[in-house]
Design a protein around this ligand. Structure first.
Ligand SMILES: [Fe+2]
Ligand SMILES: [Fe+2]
Length: 277
């Protein structure tokens, strides 16, 4: 039982200040693993460079996509969209020895183990509606009126699905089958970019933004799928909370303008389990 399981997200390597932080991420032992819960960056080659760098240091790196990886950014030479882009990211990860939601879920046997580590790609479906709204259309209108619109609306294409919620629901159906099939004896570490439950979004500065942050359909997953810890990012509000007695870890680094205000140099890698004393 040696080695620690670490997690980080939202390293956003398009920022030079963040690249310097990422350059400082190193394992403490040869047995440490690193979970990267999405928003590595948006340019395909940048994402690959960052994941390859981390994989050269950590014996195992486990990635789940964030919305930024799924953007088709006008300045990215890789212009694939939607599902095709996701599959290209998965192939790139496999070429670099990085585990993805499409691989067999690994079992962590170091400190805190054994636990099944399940990186999940689930997206969102606008069910975390803006306050006072009852439909997706109303909720979106409220966000546009408030000037709080996620760039996903312009850059995250759902092809070949008609919309992002259809893609989300397909991912949920597929993922639920895989989670149901894993060894029921082991607890899990569920890794998503978007939180599995709505509560973490309640502290956001702009409540209209919650509709791009998850789906009501995963509300009970941390219980049903035996999560010892649920890891997520996306909100750029790093903290630890408990829902139904299950620990949730928001492990984001965030943008330099966010972390620089905290006044201490960022140390974004979160150790998920402490060694027993
Ligand atoms: Fe992010
Ligand atoms: Fe995100």
């Amino acid at each position: 039982m040696t080695g620690s399981l670490f997690a980080v997200s939202d390293i956003h390597v398009s920022y030079a200040e963040n690249r310097r932080v990422v350059d400082g991420l190193r394992p403490e032992t040869d047995d440490d693993w690193l979970i990267v819960a999405g928003d590595v960056g948006e340019i395909f080659a940048d994402i690959e460079r960052a994941l390859a760098l981390l994989r050269a240091r950590f014996s195992t790196v486990i990635w789940a996509p964030g919305n930024h990886e799924l953007w088709t950014h006008p300045s990215d030479p890789v212009q694939s969209r939607g599902e095709q882009r996701y599959q290209a990211l998965v192939r790139m990860c496999r070429d670099n020895g990085v585990l993805t939601p499409e691989d067999e879920y690994p079992v962590w046997r170091g400190i805190g183990g054994p636990v099944t580590v399940a990186p999940l790609f689930l997206l969102y479906d606008y069910s975390f509606r803006a306050p006072g709204t009852a439909t997706k259309e109303e909720s979106l209108r409220k966000a546009y009126d408030a000037g709080v619109v996620c760039t996903d609306e312009m850059l995250l294409h759902p092809d070949p699905f008609p919309d992002r919620e259809s893609w989300c629901w397909a991912r949920i159906a597929e993922t639920e089958m895989r989670l149901t099939a894993i060894d029921p004896v082991l607890p899990t570490v569920l890794v998503t970019h978007w939180p599995l439950v709505r509560q973490p979004t309640e502290v956001m500065w702009h409540p209209e933004f919650a509709q791009w942050c998850g789906t009501d359909r995963t509300a009970g997953w941390h219980l049903r799928h035996r999560a010892a810890v649920a890891v997520y990012g996306h909100l750029h509000i790093p903290r630890t909370t408990y829902y139904d007695g299950v620990r949730f870890e928001e492990v984001s680094l965030g943008y330099p303008r966010e972390w620089s205000k905290r006044g201490v140099p960022p140390a974004p890698m979160r150790r998920l389990f402490e060694a027993p004393r």
